[in-house]
Design a protein around this ligand. Structure first.
Ligand code: BES
Ligand code: MN
Ligand code: ZN
Length: 494
């Protein structure tokens, strides 16, 4: 499947399937759309009438035309004044799904450009279209053996109409999709395939392919750094922990130094507080969704070459049970010297992140962002599609929120209510790792805060959106690659 940046319009292009994005304001037809209707002998108007197509976002319709274009499709863009890059990404995804369903080999895609809006320039529209199409058509067949089960597509060429010369958008979109797809595949792969060791290998592959620096800290090195919280989580597994530190350095003096940390639990059994039936334990392969987004962002950023230096970090481990397991009630000492009473071994992500945050701060970065499938409570609060955003630093929180808006990923800021730290008070240690059930995402964030001294920091609880059961927009069932686009957008805007 390849993209062609074409100077053709919907009036001149011919091929297998032409799909036009229409906003609600485009109906009744006028101007070039009326001309297109003439070109197809009135079949466009007939399609609008028969399908009762109004241009509503998320709707589509298709009709057979012949005469240079075999099929004509419409995808709704919603109200013209609420048009944004994400609407276009979703419309492009719908167009790609339509062309696939109609067994087309070529797709000509026409989406509107808004001249006075930089967010909807030819460049932005081209990039959104490529992202939408690529992500919608990506299907993960790695673990299917039956050819018939593989979601093959007949699509060979996608012609983006009126986009000639937008080569940098094509490259940017492909870099971003590379990253999102890597993250999806890491999340979707089971825990017997993606282990701390293979996560480290993936980091190695990125480093080798794109010239990044890589440091993998083995257990002994982490011990020497005093990472008792992280190692406590890792100690029951037969698989050794791998502390991943991948670094992108721009050619010139960096404009900023940033750290991105991803929770990297390749499997979370809960430990001795083992997850019971109905807890979703069989889904806990996705507990490295933060690490997946981190590595996905690294893969994209390595290709996009922004001006900031970026450290990609994950304290990867597996939370298991064995005679070596940490016991509920054990006291661990993190690398900043703070002691933690582990009152629940299933609140393990924050223990691994504690040492990763201390490590990141020692790098003297200007900002730290962590992404973690940290709490079920965040899913209860915000549902499957929205991630929690926590920060005491308004400027950084705003920068992340703006990046997310552009990227079309949803976050909602939740309070870092200091008073709730009382729920983590321990009689014997500096703190417990688990507070009461109410406000569980907030106490988790407050726990992490104990490991960041002065660096601006945002914590993103991505437990819900890293996985989806259903096809929606440009996502397919499985890992979503959530977080990659926001991270890339944030770093690129620095
Ligand atoms: N990995 C889980 C959080 C999670 C739950 C992610 C569901 C995705 C879907 C985390 O390690 C965990 O077990 N959290 C506990 C914390 C509790 C013990 C304080 C939870 O949310 O129940
Ligand atoms: Mn857990
Ligand atoms: Zn977990």
């Amino acid at each position: 499947m390849k993209f062609e940046l074409s100077d053709q319009t919907c009036l001149t292009w011919s091929g297998d399937c032409l799909v036009v994005g229409l906003s609600e304001a485009a109906i009744p037809l006028s101007g070039s759309l009326a001309e297109l209707n003439d070109r197809v002998s009135g079949l466009l108007q007939e399609l609008i009438d028969e399908a009762e197509f109004t241009g509503k976002a998320g709707t589509k319709a298709v009709i057979r035309v012949g005469n240079g274009v075999r099929k004509l499709g419409l995808v709704g863009l919603g109200a013209a004044d609420s048009l944004n890059a994400d609407t276009l990404r979703r419309a492009a995804a719908a167009a790609a799904r339509l062309a696939k369903q109609e067994k087309c080999t070529s797709l000509g895609l026409s989406l509107p450009v808004v001249d006075n809006d930089p967010a909807l320039s030819t460049q932005a529209v081209t990039q959104a279209a490529i992202e939408g199409v690529t992500l919608a058509l990506h299907q993960d067949d790695r673990f299917k053996s039956d050819e018939a089960d593989k979601g093959k597509t007949t699509l060979e060429t996608i012609h983006l109409l009126e986009s000639q010369g937008q080569d940098t958008s094509l490259e940017a979109a492909q870099a971003i999709c590379d990253g999102v797809i890597l993250a999806r595949e890491l999340v979707s792969a089971p825990a017997n395939v993606v282990t701390p060791e293979t996560l480290a290998q993936t980091a190695q592959e990125i480093a080798t392919a794109h010239g990044l620096e890589l440091e993998i800290l083995e257990r002994e090195q982490c011990e020497a750094l005093g990472m008792g919280a992280y190692l406590g989580v890792a100690q029951a597994s037969d698989l050794p922990p791998k502390f991943i530190h991948l670094t992108y350095k721009p050619a010139a003096t960096p404009s900023h130094k940033l750290a991105i940390i991803g929770k990297g639990l390749t499997f979370d059994s809960g430990g001795l507080n083992i997850k019971g039936a109905g807890s979703g334990i069989e889904m806990m392969k996705m507990d490295m969704g933060g690490a997946a987004a981190t590595l996905g962002a690294a893969k994209a950023i390595a290709q996009l070459k922004p001006s900031a230096e970026v450290h990609f970090i994950s304290a990867a481990a597996e939370n298991m049970i064995s005679g070596k397991a940490m016991r509920p009630g054990d006291i661990l000492t993190a690398s900043n010297g703070k002691t933690i009473e582990v009152n629940n071994t299933d609140a393990e992500g924050r223990l691994t992140l504690a040492d990763a945050l201390v490590f990141a701060e020692k790098l003297e970065v200007d900002a730290i962002v962590d992404l973690a499938t940290l709490t079920g409570a965040c899913i209860v609060a915000l549902g499957d599609d929205i991630a929690g955003l926590f920060s005491d630093h308004d400027d950084l929180a705003t920068a992340i929120a703006q990046a997310a808006e552009t990227a079309g990923e949803k976050f909602w800021r939740l309070p870092m209510e200091e008073k709730y730290f009382e729920g983590l008070k321990s009689i014997v240690a500096d703190m417990k790792n688990t507070g009461p059930r109410p406000g569980g995402s907030i106490t988790a964030a407050l726990f992490l805060k104990q490991f960041v001294e002065h660096t601006p920091w945002v914590h993103l609880d991505v437990a819900g959106p890293v996985w989806t059961e259903k096809e929606s927009g440009y996502n397919n069932p499985g890992g979503t690659g959530f977080g990659v686009r926001t991270l890339v957008q944030w770093v690129s805007a620095m």
